[in-house]
Write a protein that binds this ligand. Structure first.
Ligand SMILES: Cc1ncc(COP(=O)(O)O)c(C=O)c1O
Length: 705
C-alpha cells in the first residue's frame, strides 16, 4: 500500500508518466510484459523515459555482478554446501538454478538484456535456451561459478586454484589506464592542465631560487611566502633549537603522543593573536576549513550555509562534505546575501562563510557589513583570513584587526577581546601558517566550546599525525615576530603600490583591488602560459600562470606577489620584462580591454580602488624604504627578543658568544641600526655544546659599535 501511495504522490512530479492514472500504473506494475518477460509493463514504459531509462539500464547491469559481493566467501561456500552445489571446472544449468547468487545474477542479466532491448524498442527473440551472455552473467554473480567459468574458458594450469580463487580475466577488468588518459585529455583540451615548475627558493638569497639546475637562478615573483618569513633568522633559529631538542616528527596524532608543549603554545599564541578564547591547529588551512565546516554543518540541526561565490575550494569542500543546505551569494554582494538570508526563519542555524582577502582577484570582503547581516538574521560568521594573517593590522592578525587599527594598537598584546570590534564580532576565524608566516599548518580560532567541539568531533583533526614540534615552533616564532614588528608588512605595501602604479603607467592591466595581490590580466589560458614561460626562460622571472578552474575562463592571469625583500632593481626588471612579453605576445592592455567593454573589472573605469593600507598606517613603521641590490634586509631585534623570551621556558635561553652579545647589545642600545643578519651566525645547541649549528642567515652582520 505504502508503495502505491508514494507512487501517487511522486507521479505528479514526473512529466513522463505523471499523466497516467494511478490505477493504470498499479495494473501496469503487476503485469508482466509480453515482449520482455523479465520486466513488468510499468518498467517497460519507464525505460522510455529520458531520465529513468538510462538509470534503469545502468543499475540492472551493475546488479549482475553485485549479488555475491554482499556475502563473504565463507558464507557463499556454506550456502553452496547446504544446497549441494559443488562447481568445479564446469558450470551446469542445474547448479546455477540452485545457487542463489548465480541465479539472481542471471535473472538480473536477463532483465538487463530486456531493459536494453526495451529502451531501443526491439523485442528479443523469446529465449528458450539460456543465452551465452546470461550464462556468463550467472557466473559473475557468484565467485565459485565465476572461477569455474573462467577455468572452462582457459586451459587449467592448476586445478587447486580454480576451486577457491575467483580468477578475473583481463578483459573483464575495468580499463583504468583508459580512464586516466581520458580525464587528462579533458584537461589538455580546455588548457587547464597544470605544469609545475621546479623552483627551489634559496634561504640565503630570498627572493632567488634555482630551477632544476642548481646553477640556473631566477627571481620568484609569485610565492605566498609574502614577507620572507620562511628564512627569517629567528624563525630558523627557533626551528633548529626545537629540532635538536624534539626530533623530526610529532610521533602521533594529537590524541596519541603527538600533543606537545609546542602545539599548545602555538594554539595559545593564535588565540591571543585573534583575541579569541581558543584556537586549534591543523595540518593546513585546507584541512582546517574542510574539517571545521563539514563538522559544524553536519552537527547543527538543519544548518544552512551562505557561501561567497568566490570562496576557496577548501570551504566549498567543507560545506559539501557537511551535507548541509547551501546558498551561494554573488561575490561580495550584500544585497544578494540578504535576499538569501531572508528566505529562512531567524531560528534556523545559519553560517555565512567568506574570506577577507580573495587571493586571485585581490578583492576584500565587506566584513563589518556581513557581521551586521549575520546579527540581523541570526547567523554565525566564518572568516577565512588565509591571505591576510601576518599582512594586515598592527599585529598582523588580518583584515578584521586592520579595520579597527587604533583600538588594536592601543590594546597591544593583550588577549582580551575588544568589545564590538570587527574581530570580536566574527565567530570563527581561520588562517594559514604556510603563507605570510612562512612555515606550514592551518588553524581555526573562536570560542572555547566551539573549538572544543571541533577538537572532539572533526575527523580531519583527530585522525592524522600532528605537525612536527620544530615546524610548530617555527610558526609560533613567526607569529610572535610579526606581532612585534610592523615594518615588513608596511614595506610590502609600499612595494605593491609601486608595482601597481608602474604597470598602470605602461597600460598593463592589473585586476583592480585594495589588497596586496597584483593579478596581471592576460585573458587567455594559452597566452598566460606562454607569457609565464617567456618571463621564466628569457628574463629569469618566475610568475605562475593562473588558469581555470582557479579563475574563470577568459580571466586567466599572472598573479604577481611583491614582497618587502624585492629590491628596486628587481622591480625595474619585472616591469621591463612584463612590458616586453606583453608586446611580443600581443596581449591586451588596459586600453584594449576598455574598447572590448572590459574584463575582470579592467577597462571599466573601476581602476582607482583605494588601498586598504592608509599612508598613516604605513608610516607607523617609520618611512619604509625599498631595498636596493646589495642592501641587507632588516631584522627587528625587539621582535627577536620577544620570540626568544617566549621560548625560554621550553628551549632555554639562547647562548651567545662574546662577539654576538656585543652585536646584540649594540643593537639594543641603538648604537647600530637594525641590520640584516643581526643574529648570531652560530647558536649553541642546548644539549650538545660541541655541536655548533650553522644558521643560514642572510648577509653578514655589519657592526659599527
Ligand atoms: C582562501 C584560502 N583558504 C585556504 C587555503 C588553504 O590554506 P593552506 O595552504 O594552509 O592549506 C588557501 C590556500 O591557498 C586559500 O587561498
Amino acid at each position: 500500500m505504502e508503495k502505491f501511495s508514494s507512487l501517487a504522490r511522486f507521479k505528479s512530479s514526473c512529466p513522463f508518466l505523471g499523466g497516467t492514472k494511478t490505477s493504470t500504473l498499479r495494473a501496469l506494475s503487476s503485469t508482466i510484459s509480453p515482449r520482455f518477460p523479465s520486466i513488468s509493463q510499468l518498467t517497460e514504459r519507464a525505460v522510455g523515459c529520458p531520465i529513468m531509462g538510462p538509470a534503469l539500464v545502468m543499475r540492472s547491469t551493475q546488479m549482475v555482478a553485485g549479488y555475491a559481493s554482499v556475502a563473504g566467501q565463507a558464507d557463499v561456500q556454506k550456502i553452496h554446501h547446504n544446497k549441494g552445489i559443488f562447481p568445479g571446472t564446469s558450470v551446469s544449468e542445474a547448479d546455477i538454478s540452485k545457487c542463489p547468487h548465480a541465479s539472481a545474477a542471471r535473472a538480473a542479466a536477463r532483465m538487463a538484456d530486456d531493459l536494453a532491448a526495451a529502451s531501443t524498442a526491439k523485442a528479443p527473440e523469446l529465449q528458450k535456451e539460456v543465452p551465452n551472455t546470461a550464462q556468463k552473467a550467472a557466473a559473475a554473480g557468484c565467485p565459485f561459478h565465476k572461477a569455474a567459468a573462467a577455468a572452462k574458458e582457459q586451459p587449467v594450469k592448476s586445478a587447486a586454484i580454480t576451486e577457491t580463487q575467483p580468477t578475473p580475466t583481463v578483459s573483464d577488468a575495468y580499463n583504468y589506464d583508459k580512464f586516466y588518459a581520458a580525464e587528462l585529455e579533458k584537461k589538455h583540451k580546455d588548457q587547464s592542465y597544470r605544469y609545475f615548475n621546479n623552483i627551489n627558493r634559496l634561504a640565503t638569497k630570498f627572493p632567488i631560487a634555482h630551477t632544476a639546475s642548481v646553477k640556473d637562478e631566477v627571481q620568484v615573483w609569485c610565492a605566498n611566502d609574502y614577507l620572507g618569513m620562511g628564512n627569517n633568522p629567528v624563525v630558523l633559529e627557533t626551528m633548529h633549537r626545537a629540532l635538536d631538542k624534539y626530533g623530526a616528527g610529532a610521533g602521533g596524532t594529537r590524541n596519541i603522543a603527538g600533543n606537545s608543549a609546542m602545539h599548545l603554545g602555538l594554539e595559545r599564541e593564535l588565540a591571543t593573536l585573534h583575541r579569541k578564547e581558543a584556537a586549534l591547529v591543523f595540518s593546513s588551512c585546507y584541512v582546517a576549513n574542510d574539517a571545521t565546516l563539514s563538522t559544524l554543518g553536519s552537527k547543527l540541526p538543519g544548518c544552512v550555509y551562505f557561501s561567497d561565490a568566490s570562496n576557496h575550494a577548501s570551504m566549498i569542500q567543507g560545506i559539501r562534505h557537511s551535507g548541509a543546505k547551501k546558498e551561494i551569494f554573488k561575490h561580495n554582494d550584500l544585497d544578494d546575501l540578504e535576499a538569501k538570508l531572508q528566505k529562512y526563519p531567524k531560528d534556523t542555524p545559519k553560517i555565512i562563510a567568506f574570506e577577507s582577502v580573495y587571493s586571485m582577484c585581490g578583492s576584500i570582503g565587506p566584513i563589518k557589513e556581513i557581521c551586521d547581516l549575520a546579527k540581523k538574521y541570526g547567523a554565525l560568521t566564518f572568516l577565512d583570513e588565509v591571505h591576510a594573517v601576518g599582512l594586515y593590522g598592527p599585529r598582523g592578525a588580518g583584515v578584521a584587526e586592520h579595520l579597527d587599527w587604533e583600538s588594536h594598537q592601543m590594546a597591544g598584546q593583550s588577549s582580551e577581546p575588544i568589545k564590538d570590534s570587527v574581530m570580536d564580532r566574527i565567530d570563527m576565524i581561520t588562517g594559514t601558517l604556510g603563507k605570510a608566516y612562512g612555515t606550514i599548518g592551518g588553524y581555526v580560532a573562536g570560542s572555547h566550546d566551539f573549538i572544543d567541539m571541533i577538537r572532539s568531533y572533526a575527523p580531519g583533526f583527530i585522525f592524522t599525525t600532528s605537525l612536527p614540534p620544530a615546524t610548530v615552533a617555527g610558526a609560533r616564532a613567526s607569529i610572535i615576530y610579526q606581532k612585534h614588528h610592523v615594518g615588513d608588512r608596511a614595506l610590502k605595501q609600499v612595494n605593491v603600490r609601486t608595482v601597481k602604479e608602474r604597470f598602470a603607467a605602461l597600460d598593463i592591466p592589473v585586476v583592480p583591488g585594495p589588497s596586496h595581490i597584483v593579478p596581471v590580466l592576460v585573458g587567455d589560458a594559452g597566452l598566460a602560459k606562454a607569457a609565464s614561460d617567456k618571463l621564466l626562460h628569457e628574463h629569469g622571472i618566475y610568475v605562475q600562470a593562473i588558469n581555470f578552474p582557479t579563475v574563470a575562463v577568459g580571466e586567466e592571469r599572472l598573479r604577481v606577489t611583491v614582497t618587502p625583500r624585492h629590491t628596486e632593481e628587481q622591480i625595474d626588471g619585472l616591469i621591463t620584462a612584463m612590458d616586453t612579453v606583453f608586446t611580443e605576445l600581443n596581449i591586451n592592455r588596459i586600453s584594449k580591454w576598455a574598447k572590448l567593454g572590459g574584463r575582470a573589472n579592467v577597462g571599466t573605469g573601476m581602476e582607482n580602488v583605494q588601498p586598504i593600507w592608509s599612508n598613516d598606517q604605513i608610516n607607523t613603521a617609520g618611512q619604509p624604504q625599498t631595498l636596493h641590490d646589495g642592501d641587507t634586509a632588516l631584522v627587528d631585534v625587539n621582535a627577536v627578543q620577544a620570540v626568544r623570551e617566549s621560548f625560554e621556558d621550553i628551549l632555554g635561553a639562547v647562548e651567545l658568544s662574546e662577539t654576538e652579545w656585543k652585536v646584540e647589545a649594540a643593537l639594543m642600545t641603538g648604537a647600530v641600526e637594525h641590520i640584516a643578519g643581526a643574529l648570531p651566525k652560530k647558536v649553541k645547541a642546548p644539549r650538545a655544546l660541541v655541536n655548533l649549528i650553522d644558521m643560514p642567515v642572510a648577509p653578514a652582520v655589519a657592526v659599527s659599535a
